[in-house]
Design a protein around this ligand. Structure first.
Ligand code: CO8
Length: 258
């Protein structure tokens, strides 16, 4: 499928989705987010794909929602179209792992998009921020909620109230990103991580996602029970038997997602 605002490639078992609106630093408009939802759905439905990477350019992952598209809208326009509500739903529904590979600006909706992925690998030139306050609005696709869970109330509050940007080192220190790599190596590192995940059992990587994401939704006691039952249930799979026997036989496991 051809997209106007994305470049999508599949390498082995990894779908790479590159946001591609260089003229606007990958600002997120309805077209881009609509195409992103389609590309994610296609990756989810493609049996060959076991992991997805979303990236932008060296200068910008995404500099936020498209201000030109939003500037003249009314409350009624926003409310009746549930602006960006439906477009972002597919990313939240993804059962396959999704990595954000972030170089340059990840601001406003760009930072929020990265935080909707399962983890973020950042280039050393990455800059994260929620500068919506400068536009007379607040974050709208999860910034106040997710950034606060990632970095804590104090830092999240400061970033939302002042609009200041966080560099890659601070983002790693604060737990927003899993690690920082030299900008030139970002895509190699992100693709290597994705390939590593793709070697595992898809069934098990999906189970990991469900369990980790539950930690945001449940009490600890319920989450621990959910995890333990998930662990038990994986003993009904061929991949558990293959994984454990491969270890005992000192060979590489051949997972089949069954
Ligand atoms: N929207 C539209 N166009 C943009 C955006 C944007 N967010 N960011 C950059 N651009 C455009 C610029 O207008 C410019 O275009 P042109 O050449 O036609 O004037 C081009 O990209 C290059 O930008 P700059 O010349 O500004 O580049 P600089 O290197 O000087 O600055 C910055 C880079 C610092 C990233 C600067 O562009 C900037 O501050 N951008 C805006 C950042 C921002 O405020 N982001 C938040 C947007 S609001 C938001 O994300 C809300 C999300 C929630 C939506 C919720 C729906 C429910």
């Amino acid at each position: 499928m051809a997209y106007e605002t994305l470049i999508v490639e599949t390498e082995d078992h990894v779908a790479l989705i590159k946001l591609n609106r260089p003229e606007a630093l990958n600002a997120l408009n309805s077209q881009l987010l609509g195409e992103l939802a389609e590309a994610l759905k296609a990756a989810e439905e493609n049996e060959k794909v076991r992991c997805v990477v979303i990236t932008g350019s060296e200068k910008a992952f995404a500099a936020g929602a498209d201000i030109k598209e939003m500037a003249d809208k009314s409350f009624v326009d926003m409310f009746m179209s549930d602006f960006f509500g439906t477009e972002t739903e597919q990313l939240l529904k993804m059962r396959k792992p999704v990595i954000a590979a972030v170089a340059g600006y990840a601001l406003g909706g760009g930072c929020e998009l990265a935080m909707m992925c399962d983890f973020i690998i950042a280039a050393d030139n990455a800059k994260f921020g929620q500068p919506e306050i400068n536009l007379g609005v607040v974050a709208g696709i999860g910034g106040t909620q997710r950034l606060t869970r990632f970095v804590g109330k104090s830092k999240s509050m400061e970033m939302h109230l002042t609009g200041r940007f966080m560099d890659a080192d601070e983002a790693e220190r604060s737990g927003l990103v899993s690690r920082v790599v030299p900008a030139k190596k970002l895509m190699d590192e992100a693709m290597a991580a994705a390939q590593k995940i793709a070697e595992k059992s898809l069934l098990t990587t999906m189970a990991v996602k469900e369990a980790v994401n539950r930690s945001y939704e449940m009490t600890l006691r319920e989450g621990l029970l959910f995890e333990r039952r998930l662990f038990h249930s994986l003993f009904a799979t061929e991949d558990q038997s293959e994984g454990m026997n491969a270890f005992l036989e000192k060979r590489e496991a051949q997972f089949r997602g069954k």
